[in-house]
Design a binder for this molecule. Structure first.
Ligand SMILES: *Cc1c(COP(=O)(O)O)cnc(C)c1O
Length: 364
């Protein structure tokens, strides 16, 4: 299906990068996903030919024929991870091999070719290296990396495309929480689900997000920041949020999180389970019914709940709203267990504490 595990990315420097002064201005308050670096990675794939024309080149629009398959049948997958500039000046990524492996799993589900996992990680290293000046220097900022792949073949017809484009873009981002970590309100969607058994819920597939936008609007209309989805079969079990996994903290310190299956296998989720377990905390993967969450919160058995994912790392949940009521997590403020786990993970990600797991991948 593709050549060896190595793709040679030809470096073609952008002849017109932004000036240092312009870049500095853009990076003062970059927000999330609004500012982009000077370069991007592109690589093409064709059936029978494998991967070719792998490059790091000037970031630019991608010309597309109106019959490009992705525009009609949404064959597209993506990843998201961050590069950090540590206090000692080194640049690292957090578990890029795990993103590479998940990209392969997502590609399989969407009937797409596999990018060799070594080439995936190499493409990130090269883009970071060329755009190193764009990595924020401050303690909170990072360079968000967005690898993605889509069906570029020009045809109308329902079958896997025979041509694909792999792209990586990079975006300097500030802290997800501009004014310190703040709990979010979540809306439990009564009308919509995100993933059914046998569906695409476990793939990082653009269409999953498209389907979550209407329920997200419904959440906003109910004064909530995020939507929580229940399972598609019984509409009873907690799945996850639109783009984050979920954990519950019980009064005895136990962490409980819904099992894999229809949810996205988060790398943050997995890291939290490992860390908490090694710190002597019981961690249980089991289904949690919404009614159980409500009842156990009311009687003080569930003390805290949080969402997790690469962008915000860990987000405390303050209040849960649903059709017909609401309840708070503890007193509605960020819980101590949640914030402790958050600090533990962020310190490893940013090189402030030792990494016995081999999670931190040195780039520069
Ligand atoms: C990406 C994503 C997550 C979080 O995954 P991380 O690897 O921790 O960033 C959770 N849920 C969904 C639906 C996602 O797309």
């Amino acid at each position: 299906m593709s050549g060896g595990d190595k793709l040679d990315f030809e470096i073609r420097p952008n002849p017109q990068p932004v000036t240092a002064a312009e870049r500095a201005a853009l990076m003062v308050d970059p927000g999330f996903g609004r500012v982009f670096t000077d370069h991007m990675v592109t690589a093409r794939y064709a059936d029978g030919k494998g991967w070719y024309e792998a490059r790091v080149e000037a970031r630019a629009p991608i010309p597309m024929d109106p019959a490009s398959a992705v525009l009609h049948y949404a064959q597209e997958i993506f990843e998201g991870l961050k590069a950090y500039r540590n206090a000692d000046g080194t640049v690292t990524m957090f578990r890029p091999e795990a993103n590479a492996a998940r990209f392969t799993t997502s590609a399989t589900r969407l009937a797409m070719p596999h990018l060799p996992e070594g080439a995936f990680v190499d493409s990130l290293r090269r883009l970071i290296s060329v755009d190193r000046e764009w990595i924020p220097n401050d303690e909170e900022g990072s360079l968000y990396l967005r690898p993605f792949m889509f069906a570029s073949e020009v045809f109308l017809g329902v079958r896997p495309a025979m041509e694909y484009l792999y792209v990586v873009i990079a975006s300097p981002v500030g802290s997800y929480f501009k004014h310190g970590v703040k709990p979010v309100n979540v809306w439990v969607s009564p009308n919509y689900t995100r993933a059914a058994p046998g569906g695409t819920g476990a793939a990082k597939f653009g269409g999953n997000y498209a389907a979550s936008l209407l329920p997200q609007q419904e959440a906003a209309a109910n004064g909530c920041d995020q939507v929580v989805f229940l399972d598609a079969v019984e509409q009873r079990w907690i799945d996850e949020l639109g783009g984050m996994n979920i954990f519950f903290v019980y009064d005895d310190g136990t962490l409980v999180t819904p099992p894999l299956g229809t949810i996205l296998p988060g790398i943050t989720r997995e890291a939290i389970m490992r860390l908490a377990n090694d710190d002597g905390r019981a961690v249980i993967e089991r289904p949690v019914a919404f009614d159980e969450w409500h009842a156990d919160a009311d009687r003080g058995r569930i003390r805290e709940a949080f969402a997790c994912g690469t962008a915000a790392v860990i987000t405390p949940i303050g209040e849960v709203r649903f059709e017909g009521g609401s309840f708070k997590m503890g007193d509605g403020t960020s819980g101590d267990v949640t914030m402790g786990i958050r600090k533990r993970l962020v310190d490893i990600q940013r090189g402030r504490s030792a990494d016995p797991y081999g999670w931190v991948h040195k780039v520069l």
